[in-house]
Design a protein around this ligand. Structure first.
Ligand code: ATP
Length: 345
């Protein structure tokens, strides 16, 4: 049995986590969830957003599935998500964005994966107050970190037989920093002669994505552009309730959906757990449970082919638990088809 650190987190985190666990259990894969509390509700109790025991658990298991953790806005708090990625050098943020069922009436064939550099750029926390009227943020781009994210993107493209990697920068303005990232992408591309490198500036990329998203395969970019493009792409396929994600390092992985803690809908039973369910499929695939991961993804696609199954965020009526049950039922049928027998009641 594989042990995984499970951090339900804040806001809608516990609600969507509970549904995700049921779906994973229904695949038949035995996961021992080591539940660790972190987030604002813990801060209010013990004065720390992430207690030491959480770090110990992640370091022991080397794999975690994490719900959203709210970072209080203002001075004195660094984002826990950023801190975790930095602490464990989880340099690759991987976000597959795929059209699901008939969720989007505008785009039905989006199938792209974003590789976002996770450890540097404007996320270094290097800010200074020059005077009360002038603040500075320092952007850091290094050759080594640019190289490993570009290599990860090209390796992924090769493995998944994707013909193109699109590198997104603003190298015409930030000639040194973004210029370096672009140079590295060009250099890495030479080692992958079967894969085309497409170069696009980030502003143009936003336009291209909302006009013809189906033309993109793998996108590799810096930290901030990756953050923004991820939310934009989520909008193409139904919103934040539908996009999974993983933060990958050399020998550690933390899986988390793109969405935040959504305090506006927390506790109402209407949060869409699909993003976290798809995130669990990414985790199962990472653990080698390819078949079970595909069951989940197929079940999700099947369920959302019927608008009667639409969740509240899509203007439908299904809440968190109800959509989870639908996905489990659909998976049950898939498993039945695969084995010629029903395995989940
Ligand atoms: P954070 O700062 O914690 O990352 P955020 O400000 O980026 O959060 P989210 O918490 O992701 O924002 O929420 C943005 C909007 O999307 C909110 O209106 C929220 O209700 C909605 N939303 C996010 N996740 C979901 C979900 N899983 N199901 C339904 N709606 C969601």
């Amino acid at each position: 049995m594989t042990r995984v650190t499970l951090i339900p987190g804040d806001g809608i985190g516990p609600e969507v986590t509970a549904v995700m666990k049921d779906v994973v259990a229904a695949t038949g894969v035995k996961i021992e969830w080591e539940v660790q509390e972190a987030g604002m509700h813990v801060f209010e109790r013990v004065g720390e957003l992430v207690p030491a025991s959480v770090y110990e658990s992640i370091e022991r298991n080397r794999i975690a599935l994490k719900g959203p953790i709210t970072t209080p806005i203002g001075k004195g708090f660094r984002s826990i998500n950023v801190a975790l990625r930095k602490k464990y050098d989880l340099f690759a943020c991987v976000r597959p964005v795929k059209s699901i069922g008939v969720v989007s009436s505008k785009f039905s064939n989006v199938d792209l994966t974003i590789f976002r550099e996770n450890t540097e750029d404007l996320y270094m926390g290097l800010e200074e107050e020059v005077s009360p009227d002038e603040m500075r943020s320092i952007k850091v781009i290094t050759r080594a970190n640019s190289r490993r994210i570009c290599v990860a993107a090209f390796e992924y493209a090769l493995l998944h037989q994707r013909p193109k990697v699109t590198v997104v920068t603003k190298a015409n303005i930030m000639k040194l920093s973004d210029g370096l990232f672009l140079d590295v992408a060009r250099d890495v591309a030479k080692d992958y002669p079967t894969i085309k490198l497409q170069e696009i500036l980030v502003d143009n990329m936003c336009m291209q994505l909302v006009v013809k998203p189906e033309t993109f395969d793998v996108i590799v970019t810096e930290n901030l552009y990756g953050d923004i493009l991820s939310d934009l792409c989520a909008g193409l396929v139904g919103g934040l309730g539908f996009v999974p994600g993983a933060n990958l390092g050399k020998d550690m992985a933390i899986f988390e959906a793109v969405h935040g803690s959504a305090p506006d809908i927390a506790g109402k039973g209407i949060a869409n757990p699909t993003a976290l369910i798809l995130t669990s499929a990414m985790m199962l695939r990472h653990l080698g449970h390819t078949k079970e991961a595909a069951w989940i993804e197929e079940a999700v696609d099947t369920v959302y082919r019927d608008p009667a199954n639409f969740t509240v965020d899509l203007g439908g009526s299904l809440g968190s638990t109800a959509i989870g049950l639908k996905i489990i039922q659909a998976m049950d049928e898939l498993k039945g088809n695969a084995y010629g027998q029903k395995t989940v009641g």
